[in-house]
Design a protein around this ligand. Structure first.
Ligand code: C5P
Length: 228
C-alpha cells in the first residue's frame, strides 16, 4: 500500500504564548514545521504529505518546503481532529487504498528509524498502530483540589505519541463518525477505539517530544543537535 503523511499544523499554540504559532518558531537553522516536513518528505516510503493549515496562516508560504511536489495543503478546522479529518478527506481523493501516517507538526525530532518501526508493525497490527512510550514516573490521580486520591498502576500505562498509522478509509470514517457523535478525540487512536478497533502500541523514542511550552524548545534543540 502507499503511505500518505497527514500533518495537522493548523493550531495557534496558545500555551506557547509566542508572537506566532509554535510550529513556526525557529529551532536551530529553520522553523519547527520545516524540520518536521523534512523528515516526512525525505522518507522513501511516504509518497505524499497532506498538511492542514490555519485559514489565516501567514507563514507557511515562506517555508523552503512549501512548494515541494509531494506536498498538498488543505484548510484545517477548530480542533486538531477537525484538521486531521480535512486532510484525510483530501488524502482519500489521492489514494483511498493508502495508509495514513498522522504526525503532529509540533514534533520535529522524529527520526526515520521510528517511522520504519511503525511501518514494520503493520503485519502484527493490521488494524493500525501508534508510537508510544511507557510511563516512567509513578502515576497519581487527584481530586479537583489537587489532593491525591490514589496511585495508578503504571505497568500498562503509555504516553501516546505520533506518528499514528491507520488505513485511510477506516480512519476517515471512524473519525468523521466520532466527531459527529461529539466524542472528545485527542488522537487518531481514540477514534478507532471509539469504533471498537483497538490499535497496537509500538515503543517509540522518548525524544520525539511535542513542543508545547517555551521550555520544550531548548529540549528539542538539544535532541536535534544530538541526532546530527
Ligand atoms: O495544541 P496541540 O499541541 O495539541 O496540537 C497538536 C498539533 O495539532 C499541532 O501540530 C497543531 O498545529 C495541530 N492542530 C491543528 N488544528 C487545530 C489545533 C491543533 O492542526 N485546530
Amino acid at each position: 500500500n502507499s503511505i500518505i503523511a497527514i500533518v495537522p499544523a493548523a493550531g495557534i499554540g496558545s500555551r506557547m504564548a509566542a508572537d506566532k504559532p509554535k510550529q513556526y518558531l525557529q529551532l536551530g537553522q529553520q522553523p519547527i514545521l520545516a524540520h518536521t516536513l523534512d523528515v516526512l518528505l525525505s522518507h522513501p516510503q511516504i509518497t505524499q504529505v497532506v498538511i492542514a493549515l490555519h485559514p489565516q496562516d501567514q507563514y507557511f508560504q515562506y517555508l523552503a518546503q512549501s512548494q515541494h511536489p509531494k506536498l498538498t495543503q488543505v484548510i484545517g478546522g477548530g480542533e486538531r481532529a477537525d484538521s486531521v479529518l480535512a486532510a484525510l478527506n483530501m488524502a482519500k481523493t489521492i489514494d483511498p487504498t493508502a495508509w495514513a501516517l498522522v504526525h503532529d507538526a509540533a514534533r520535529p525530532c522524529l527520526c526515520h528509524s521510528d517511522i520504519d518501526k511503525l511501518l514494520e508493525s503493520q503485519s502484527r497490527f493490521p488494524q493500525g498502530a501508534i508510537l508510544a512510550a511507557p510511563v516512567r514516573d509513578t502515576m497519581k490521580r487527584s481530586d479537583p483540589s489537587g489532593i491525591i486520591t490514589n496511585t495508578v498502576e503504571r505497568a500498562l500505562l503509555w504516553h501516546a505519541l505520533t506518528p499514528q498509522y491507520f488505513p485511510i478509509d477506516t480512519l476517515q470514517a471512524n473519525l468523521a463518525n466520532a466527531l459527529k457523535a461529539k466524542v472528545n478525540i485527542t488522537d487518531e487512536a481514540s477514534a478507532m477505539e471509539w469504533a471498537g478497533v483497538m490499535p497496537g502500541l509500538v515503543t517509540g523514542r522518548v525524544d520525539n517530544i511535542k513542543v508545547t511550552h517555551p521550555d520544550d524548545l531548548q529540549l528539542a534543540q538539544l535532541f536535534m543537535s544530538q541526532a546530527q
